[in-house]
Ligand binder design. Structure first.
Ligand code: PLP
Length: 381
């Protein structure tokens, strides 16, 4: 076989995949390692997908998405995100995953640096490596309430830095950045002329706080916003997301979409229209379900004396197990899976700052979630 491009070897493996593979070989495992909503897709969304298939809506769609979907997204962005955009600024993508890759590909050249949250979603680092750019971790530390430390950010910027990735509500933390922090991040980006890539896939799941879209605060066209229908509408396998760009990128976006995907599955786009324009009660119900799970889980974590982050968004619990993990939480999570039949994501999979922590997915059956927490080794006996 001829050699692969050398930089491909630098694309890191996902630390969650290992747990997932181990868990698949076992029976009776409580699976809390992946971010999969445990609710079903709403019937009107499934019906729209089926109707599209039945009507033979199976041809190529325009690169940016079918017009009716882009129009629905323009309306939704105005109503739900305070983002006033034209149709040509909204690009339908294969989930947030492709939107992220596209956004990073638009602004990063080989050798450029991009600031990524640590702990942060693994794909940020993987994408940077795919593009031969350098991911530079900015830490979200417990001592700083899991918010960015602006002194650290200033120290990390170099002449090669081109972008910062912001993910609020955050995976894995569930932290939601307040508007004042987002404004500070924008000011920081402006000072150093950086792009801001804002991953907002958990926008609709916030508890006792407001989600603010960074793009709604953008004054000088430096924000690329990444959204997804995956988590909001429990349609992770349907693969529909969207990228919102500043104005003026129509031509370049059409070209890069053509090169990358041509277009998103046409029936999936019809399902997406039904999701965006249709009744939202399933989203509200899912959010209440996750909130209830978080409350049940945190009550038990309190009882058992764990240190954890109370999530104000997304559907994860970030729990300190450093009293048990002996400085290697990845190995500990494997042992815990084998001994206790509970799959959790080791915090180190999300960056160095996650060592000693685990992420539990709270989008799960409540009894299973509570049972899993009873099996965790408590700090005091
Ligand atoms: C922060 C974050 N961004 C993006 C994604 C990818 O979402 P999608 O299914 O839309 O590709 C995920 C999925 O877990 C995520 O947690």
């Amino acid at each position: 076989m001829p050699a692969l491009a050398p930089h491909i070897a630098s694309v890191p493996a996902s630390g969650i995949r290992r747990i997932h593979e181990l868990a698949s070989d076992l029976t009776g495992v409580i699976m809390l390692a992946v971010g999969e909503p445990d609710v079903a897709v709403a019937p009107h969304i499934a019906a729209a997908a089926k109707a599209a298939w039945d009507a033979d809506e199976t041809n190529y769609a325009p690169n940016g998405g079918i017009r009716a979907l882009r129009s629905a997204l323009v309306r939704s962005l105005a109503e739900r995100n305070g983002l006033s955009v034209e149709l040509e600024q909204v690009w339908v993508t294969v989930g947030a995953t492709q939107a992220l890759h596209q956004a990073m590909g638009l602004v990063l050249d080989a050798g450029d640096a991009v600031l990524v949250p640590d702990p942060g979603y693994t794909t940020f680092t993987m994408n940077a490596r795919m593009l031969q750019a350098d991911p530079v971790a900015y830490r979200l530390r417990v001592e700083n309430d899991f918010l960015p430390d602006f002194d650290e950010l200033e120290r990390l910027v170099t002449p090669s830095t081109r972008a910062i990735i912001v993910n609020s509500p955050s995976n894995p933390l569930g932290v939601v950045f307040p508007e004042v922090v987002l404004r500070e991040l924008l000011a920081f980006a402006k000072r150093h002329d950086l792009w801001v890539i804002s991953d907002e896939v958990y926008e609709r799941f916030v508890y006792g706080t407001e989600h603010v879209s960074v793009g709604s605060l953008d004054e000088d066209d430096r924000v690329l916003s990444v959204f997804s229908l995956s988590k909001t509408y429990a349609m992770t396998g349907v693969r529909v997301g969207y990228l919102v760009t500043p104005p003026g990128l129509t031509d370049v976006m059409r070209r890069v979409q053509e090169a990358a995907i041509s277009c998103v599955s046409t029936p999936a786009q019809y399902a997406a229209i039904a999701a965006i324009d249709g009744p939202q009660d399933a989203v509200v119900a899912a959010s209440e379900h996750y909130r209830g799970n978080v409350e049940a889980a945190t009550a038990l974590l309190d009882d058992r004396g764990f240190r954890y982050l109370v999530p104000s968004g997304a559907f994860y619990l970030w729990v300190d197990v450093s009293h048990a993990s002996g400085g290697d939480v990845a190995s500990w999570a494997e042992r815990f899976l084998l001994d206790q039949r509970v799959a959790v994501a080791p915090g180190s999979a999300f960056g160095r700052t996650g060592e000693g922590w685990i992420r539990l997915c709270a989008a799960a059956n409540r009894e299973h979630l509570v049972e899993a927490i009873t099996r965790l080794p408590a700090p005091r006996g």
